[in-house]
Design a protein around this ligand. Structure first.
Ligand code: KG4
Ligand code: ZN
Length: 352
């Protein structure tokens, strides 16, 4: 049996997990820094890096204790090597390298996005290729997952990430951070048809996303409403925004499903990952889009959709099995696209 320790510290979660190659998660601990960043309404990189440094040793020790293992019983140690906030990535990489060196085990630098991309193979036994929608606070991409380390990007955002748009809209209507869950809760009480909002990119060629025009449309709409907003207005704005996102992402994904099934007819699944995959309106839309396109929709459990270390340990398992270990002089990568051949996306604020 292959046993891998994974460490994740690229954003605002410090996490450690131990995963076996038979797909058992022996331990999976996550510490969210939500409270530390909440007063600022977003993530502060310096605060994040310091908090990772403060907690990572304890979380690793806790994961190892829960798994009932010593370091010398591991086969390798994996850490997120990028992309992400560089201060945090350095903390995780340094920790994993030190353990690997001390226990004389190989070190694996895992691409955080590959962690998300391969999670479906940890939770479900599915084969390559499959189509992935990765929608989080930092990313919004459609990828054909062809194998470990083999990705073809079909679409990406040309401005904001989907989760970022949820967070900004939440702020505009006076809801706290992170916005996604609150926008969803308020949308459930609202009327999605009272306000008309644009469906960015809908009907356009290709599979790219855009959310900044929609975000600005919400800002302009909110400015026309009496202040402070009534509960009814907050609910209706949230419902209209969420419906617009679901429609727009549905349209982009529909095109990606067509392109995917044309190029890789042996593919069977549409998979989601990232925190925005928690959104039930979006899930319902994706379920429809997948089945209309002849694919089965798969969503890993929520805990494994948002940032965690089990996905890093699992990507470590996949890479270790192929002999893809890394040297101890690996340098953390703030940017690390899964498909390096994909053209650079236009627009500001593009993360990958
Ligand atoms: O994957 P994640 O936990 O962290 C990274 O960004 O890597 O994703 C967090 C994002 C946040 O922007 C949050 O607002 C969004 O996912 N999110 C949601 C929901 N739950 C979390 N967006 C829409 N609906 C939700 N229910
Ligand atoms: Zn992530």
């Amino acid at each position: 049996m292959v046993l891998i320790l994974g460490v994740e510290s690229s954003c605002d979660e410090t996490a450690a997990a131990v995963v076996a190659d038979d797909r058992t998660i022996l331990a999976d601990v996550v510490l969210s820094q939500l409270e530390e960043h909440r007063p600022f309404g977003g993530i502060v990189p310096e605060i994040a890096a310091r908090a990772h440094l403060e907690h990572v040793d304890r979380l690793v020790a806790e994961a190892m204790a829960r798994a009932g293992l010593r370091f010398d019983q591991l086969d390798a140690v994996a850490a997120t090597g990028g992309p992400g906030l560089i201060g945090g990535v350095m903390v995780g990489v340094m920790t994993a390298k030190a353990i690997a060196l001390a226990a004389n085990k190989p070190f694996l630098a895992v691409n955080h996005l590959e962690g998300h991309a391969l999670t479906a193979r940890l939770t479900h036994s599915i084969d390559f290729p499959y189509l992935l929608l990765l929608a989080s606070g930092g990313h919004c991409q459609l990828l054909a997952v062809l194998g470990v380390g083999r990705y073809k990007r079909l679409g990406t955002t040309i401005d904001d990430a989907a989760g970022e748009a949820f967070d900004k809209v939440a702020k505009m209507v006076g809801l706290g951070y992170p916005g996604g869950p609150q926008v969803q809760a308020w949308a459930a009480k609202g009327d999605p048809e009272r306000f008309a909002l644009p469906r960015p990119m809908k009907g356009k060629p290709g599979c790219d996303f855009s959310f900044s025009g929609l975000k600005n449309a919400v800002r302009l709409l909110v400015e026309t409403l009496p202040q402070p907003l009534s509960e009814r207005d907050v609910a209706d704005v949230c419902a209209a925004f969420q419906a617009a996102v679901a429609d727009s992402v549905g349209d982009r994904t529909r095109r990606a499903v067509a392109e995917f099934t044309r190029n890789w007819p042996e593919g069977r699944h549409l998979v989601v990952a990232g925190g925005v995959a928690a959104n039930s309106a979006l899930r319902a839309m994706l379920e429809k889009v997948a089945s209309a396109g002849g694919l089965t929709f798969l969503a890993p459990p929520l805990k494994l959709c948002t940032d965690n270390a089990a996905m890093i340990a699992w990507a470590g398992v996949e890479r270790f099995r192929l002999g893809l270990t890394d040297r101890l002089d690996f340098a953390p990568r703030p940017r690390w696209p899964l498909d390096p051949d994909a053209p650079k996306a236009r627009g500001a604020g593009v993360k990958a």
